[in-house]
Design a protein around this ligand. Sequence first.
Ligand SMILES: O=C(O)[C@H]1O[C@H](OP(=O)(O)OP(=O)(O)OC[C@H]2O[C@@H](n3ccc(=O)[nH]c3=O)[C@H](O)[C@@H]2O)[C@H](O)[C@@H](O)[C@@H]1O
Length: 466
Amino acid sequence: MMASPPDTSKSSKLERYNSYLLRRVSSAKLIAASSHLLFRATLLAGLVLIFLFLLHYPPLLLSSSRYSSASPHSNHRSLLSSGSYGGGSWERDVRRSAAPRRPDGLSVLVTGAAGFVGTHCSLALKRRGDGVVGLDNFNAYYDPALKRSRQALLSGHGVLVLEADINDGALLAKLFDVVPFSHVLHLAAQAGVRYATRNPQSYVASNVAGLVSLFEVAAKHADPQPAVVWASSSSVYGLNTEAPFSEIHRTDRPASLYAATKKAGEAIAHTYNHIYGLSITGLRFFTVYGPWGRPDMAYFSFTKSILSGKPITLFRMPDGNAVQRDFTYIDDVVMGCLGALNTAKKSTGVPGGGKKRGPAQLRVYNLGNTSPVPVAEMVRILEQLLGKKAKKNVVTLPQNGDVPFTHANVSLAKTDFGYRPTTDLATGLRKFVKWYVEYYGVQTPKVVDKDAGAEEKEEEGAAASA
Ligand SMILES: O=C(O)[C@H]1O[C@H](OP(=O)(O)OP(=O)(O)OC[C@H]2O[C@@H](n3ccc(=O)[nH]c3=O)[C@H](O)[C@@H]2O)[C@H](O)[C@@H](O)[C@@H]1O
């Protein structure tokens, strides 16, 4: 068979050209289709990115971006953007709660208002005719139901407590837009000495980042700038051995992260006072106790354990000495807080973060009871009041951040605003137990045979968790 000659005819050339054109067209179509696809995918990805961005930085926060709540420590968004806060009736409620009812009354923003000290201070301020707005994040560090009960108590006295976090700078800024607070009583904090080994970040988030969030708004946004009174802690004295503790003693050896964050707070206070002229008073509380107290504290948890027959752990120093605390009754501490508020001078800064007009007040005070008591003695008083013996495990103080003793010298607070603690531990614990049995509906305890049920166990050198 002969090979067919090469096709050189016009028609076959045309066919080849056509098929070439077809190939070009289809590849062009392919390119067009894929670039279309690429365009759509890019558009979609862009929209998704914009959506995620808006989700993270809602418009309200963008408009006051300086007060963005998108802190690295909290992934919560401003409650303003949730729609539950803001608006006419909300503002009316806030203003009503903040309005003083006496001439020259204060208008106070109380953070941590559903906490132990916050509740008592808010009530005391309201009772004497000051205006109070409370803020609390109702976290679950201890039973939030107790915080809700305190909120209900405050509500009954005309004090509004908003559920919000101090790291929500946008909401704080909004509050200052609605009310020109004369004072802030800043009590919101992550409390507890030993819990800091288990959840260190919560101390940084509340006691450092939260404090900065509040100072930022107070210094740069609030007009007028308020005077700030805030809760430091006796724990800043750490390993100080000079006693009684005086404000001039060393506070550079904290024994716990809790203490370190409170000490950091005092340093941060110095900065905001120095740069922005914010009037700031730090109060070093000494183991405050009483009705409506904190369930995580020893006197409270011991009461619960004694009543339910559960053992308690009592710490003792490695040298055998007792651990002692300068237990301070809540009413005395409230008098100290009010005294500090009464004598707080105005801030001297220019709202908006401008240059201060002159030096502003910066103070630190001990608010203690001035008479340390061994923890074992506190337990003995509780046993008497409850009519029931504790089952005690006595263990050597573990490395948990505790200090061997605390003892306040309060002469500075006495001189400056007449602070004079008047409640001894037995009297204060009696009031606490009375509240406890009523609040939890405990049957009136009956006095038991002193030996029955008593059980004391020694665990030499053993470490126990609180
Ligand atoms: O004054 C302060 O600076 C601090 O006082 C308390 O801290 P703390 O004195 O440790 O109070 P509790 O937890 O009630 O302990 C009281 C005493 O009981 C002792 N304890 C505690 C728990 C326990 O299981 N056993 C025990 O013997 C502690 O060592 C301590 O000496 C508060 O919890 C802190 O928030 C506050 O800042």
